[in-house]
Design a protein around this ligand. Structure first.
Ligand SMILES: Cc1cc2nc3c(=O)[nH]c(=O)nc-3n(C[C@H](O)[C@H](O)[C@H](O)COP(=O)(O)OP(=O)(O)OC[C@H]3O[C@@H](n4cnc5c(N)ncnc54)[C@H](O)[C@@H]3O)c2cc1C
Length: 258
């Protein structure tokens, strides 16, 4: 393992944070239990005082086919997984395109688009050296209860990459804001949409400093340039407060605040 300085104002998708030392984990290292693991930082909002951080090194960015399974290391970026699936005509990973991050982040968030979620195609996850079948891992909409750091996962390898599905999913994304964001800020509450609630309380397009509730997609908190952690936190708290007062709904952040 070794320390690396990562500037979160550049590395994180929402472009908020500062240069911070992160412990890089290499194959064979014993994982410290006092550090928070990050992946590609596409779902994170890093405060000026984050907890000690760690990250899987490129040792965990691999794909191999073995015994009918596709085994993918948790540091593998989603874009490279889709390219591999396309090249080798493998079905099931089309939805990972345009879903920025690493496999580890997808597993922890049960990331997905519409009815496509990573747990649907998953067979098992390697968590700190032990393979665990997905059936015994509690999971649901945008969450999975992993008992530790995921280092790899296995998927049944089925032939038939669908370019049509890929194109449809990419088109779905065309209405998303292009400014830096961390994707959806809140999870959708049961039978409703966080974006609709944000709009109903009058926050669509509302701005604090350079941070804004997007006027294209209300549930996206976008950074218009110099947005800070404080601006983002203010807008998140404001939305929660207003939505609770008007609808008595406690919405939950999807974005992880560190
Ligand atoms: C423009 C944009 C659009 C997006 N659209 C979607 C969407 O449609 N659907 C969707 O689901 N998400 C979406 N997201 C969010 C994001 O793509 C996913 O949450 C992604 O899975 C995050 O991966 P990451 O590697 O960046 O994880 P990070 O943001 O670094 O971490 C997210 C969480 O995963 C945990 N984690 C990371 N790696 C591991 C590991 N190896 N083991 C255990 N825990 C781990 C972290 O501790 C953290 O809690 C979007 C984001 C952006 C910026």
């Amino acid at each position: 393992m070794f320390l690396k300085t990562i500037d979160f104002s550049k590395y994180s998708s929402i472009k908020v944070g500062q240069p911070t030392e992160v412990l890089m984990i290499e194959k064979g290292d014993i994982l410290p239990n006092d550090r928070y693991l990050i992946g590609g930082a596409n779902n994170l909002l890093v405060s000026p005082t984050p907890p000690p951080l760690m990250m899987l090194s490129k040792d965990f960015a691999y794909i191999k086919e073995q015994d009918g399974f596709l085994e993918i290391g948790a540091a593998m970026p989603t874009g490279r997984i889709v390219s591999y699936a396309k090249k080798h005509d493998i079905a099931g990973f089309e939805f990972c395109s345009k879903l920025p991050g690493t496999l580890g982040g997808m597993l922890a968030m049960n990331a997905g688009v519409k009815e496509y979620e990573i747990f649907n195609i998953l067979h098992s996850i390697e968590i700190e050296g032990k393979w665990i079948n997905k059936e015994v891992i509690a999971h649901g909409y945008r969450f999975a209860k992993l008992s530790g750091v995921a280092t790899a996962a296995r998927f049944e390898s089925t032939k038939g990459f669908s370019q049509d599905l890929l194109d449809t999913l990419i088109n779905l994304r065309s209405n998303q804001p292009h400014d830096p964001s961390a994707g959806s800020a809140f999870k959708n509450p049961k039978d409703d949409y966080a974006g609709r609630l944000i709009e109903e309380v009058g926050l669509k397009g509302f701005r604090k400093g350079d941070m804004q509730w997007s006027d294209i997609h209300s549930n996206f908190l976008v950074n218009l340039g110099g947005g800070t952690f404080e601006d983002a936190k203010h807008l998140l708290d404001l939305a929660k407060d207003k939505i609770f007062k008007k609808f008595h709904i406690s919405i939950q952040e999807e974005i992880k605040i560190l």
